[in-house]
Design a protein around this ligand. Structure first.
Ligand code: FRU
Length: 501
């Protein structure tokens, strides 16, 4: 623990001690994890070890508008009782002095192996995209999830391949066969997104083995890559920046999505069979893989979603958590000024591959079953064409057997509608603060589950075939939901808060 670590911890403690009480915070979410104070972005280092889930996050505790990036740390055994354990990693070393950037945890019998990017901006006249930035990959380990070894650089910036800009970051590590693999998000000097795949036998020495690209240019930078097996297929997930907005796709400033490899066999080595494998030119040169970007599916069609990360829990569930926010968005959040806080996670989502109503394989996302434990009492049955008012404003709404045309209105201006083909999520300016309209096409909606928290709503359509996430801002605690539809089975559970220590 060096002097800088101690200095930053004192500042963080002071900031965390100076937040308004939760009962004065209308917009602090009750079952969506938010930072103790300040700004939260990407979920980091998600894992389960000895029964306990560790949820780290990009944390700027000193300013709700962002700034110094550290890692905050929550633990929970049940996603109902959640404990904050502080900010274990702060920018206290030369190699991470401008930010402890995103990364992941890999857990084995030895404990937790955490990899992250040390962001460094060299002093001088630089653009920090093509010059002047370092981004070493750093390892920290822990046997107990509470105490951590010293930080160690395992890939030095100078070892990254030629032809890349300074934007290389966000290591995600897993084990396959007898090797460890790491994917890193990257931007080439020609502004094309790439994923670098490294391989190691000891987690210390890493060799670049593959570079993944796309047929056509697909954005200038791919952040937060992830790769995992799911239901006998492989999935590559990443967050591309620089895609052009189309009417029904890429409607946010930056995107997050996935590509499924339907290979049906889990190989010992890293592979992705439905992409062209262009052999490397030299014997030790990395192989080049080309993804079919036309099969990219967005994780979430709402306004507030970015940089998700997945992990495998001890029950074999593949769980995804997203940041319910987007960098550089043109819309804003109301909790910043009064509550000294900004952003939250989505609820954890269980992933499975299923065939969607349009006949294609998709990754379906459903809230993990622990969320059901926050329901209070029996469900309340609501008639179509009627309204329900929740005094706490916390609801889990289930709508089944929906007609071809319907809408659901929540609060004072969040309208979700379907016309038999097109889904629209529309917010008025008062509750959307710049969030206007998001659309998606789907040939049939059978069911929707709507999670309504203090200032976020998540819509899970057809058991998670499509998901929409949006923040929303109300004037008072209670929230009205109105169901404009001729028929449907509607059940509402009021929800209680997670307990936060
Ligand atoms: C994604 C991201 C990552 C980076 C982190 C910094 O939101 O830009 O690429 O590591 O945030 O906070």
């Amino acid at each position: 623990m060096n002097e800088e670590y101690k200095r930053l911890q004192l500042l963080i403690k002071e900031a965390e001690d100076n937040v308004p009480n939760d009962d004065e915070c209308l917009y602090r979410n009750s079952f969506h994890i938010s930072p103790p104070t300040g700004w939260l972005n990407d979920p980091n280092g998600l894992c389960q070890m000895d029964g306990e889930y560790h949820l780290f996050f990009q944390y700027s505790p000193l300013d709700a508008r962002g700034g110094m990036k550290a890692w905050g740390h929550y633990v929970t055994k049940d996603f109902v009782n959640v404990t904050y354990l502080g900010a274990p990693f702060v920018p206290d070393k030369d190699f991470d002095r401008n930010g402890v950037y995103s990364g992941s945890s890999f857990v084995d019998e030895e404990g937790m192996h955490i990899f992250y990017t040390g962001n460094v901006k060299l002093p001088g006249e630089y653009d920090y995209t093509y010059s002047g930035r370092r981004a070493d990959t750093i390892l920290v380990e822990s046997k107990d999830g509470r105490t951590f070894t010293d930080k160690k650089v395992v890939i030095d910036t100078d070892e990254y391949p030629d032809g890349f800009s300074c934007h290389i970051r966000d290591p995600k590590v897993w084990k396959q066969g007898d090797s460890y693999y790491m994917v890193l998000g990257a931007r080439t000097i020609n502004d094309e997104g790439r994923i670098l795949v490294y391989r190691s036998y000891d987690m210390l020495k890493w060799t670049l083995t593959e570079i993944i690209g796309s047929h056509e240019k697909f954005g200038y930078m791919w952040e937060c890559p992830d790769y995992f097996a799911l239901d006998n297929m492989h999935v590559i997930s990443f967050s591309p920046q620089g895609l052009e907005t189309c009417e029904l796709r890429y409607q946010n400033i930056y995107q997050s999505g996935y590509i499924i490899d339907e290979c049906n066999s889990l190989d010992k080595d890293f592979s992705f069979s439905n992409i062209n494998d262009i052999e490397a030119s030299g014997e030790n040169a990395p192989k080049r893989f080309i993804l079919d970007e036309s099969t990219f599916e967005e994780w979430d069609m709402g306004f507030d979603f970015y940089a998700p990360q997945t992990f495998l829990d001890e029950n074999g569930r593949r769980i995804l958590i997203g940041w319910a926010g987007v960098p550089d968005a043109e819309y804003s959040n109301l909790e910043v000024e009064t509550e000294k806080r900004q952003h939250c996670f989505t609820v954890p989502r269980l992933l499975n591959i299923k065939v969607g109503v349009d006949g294609k394989n998709k990754v379906f996302q459903t809230p993990i079953s622990e969320i059901d434990n926050l329901r209070i009492g029996d469900g309340i049955i609501i008639k179509p064409k009627s309204a329900f008012i929740s005094d706490t404003g916390l609801m889990d709404i289930l709508c089944d057997n929906l007609p071809d045309v319907f809408s659901v209105n929540i609060g004072d201006g969040v309208n979700f509608s379907y016309d038999g083909e097109l889904i629209s999520l529309e917010l008025n300016n008062k509750c959307g603060l710049g969030r206007k309209l998001r659309k998606a096409k789907l040939s049939k909606i059978n069911s929707i589950r709507i999670l309504v928290d203090s200032s976020i709503i998540e819509y899970y359509i057809n058991d998670g075939e499509i998901v929409f996430t949006t923040r929303f801002y109300k004037n008072e605690q209670k929230v009205k939901a109105f169901f404009d539809m001729d028929e449907a089975d509607i059940t509402i559970y009021q929800m209680k808060s997670m307990t936060m220590k």
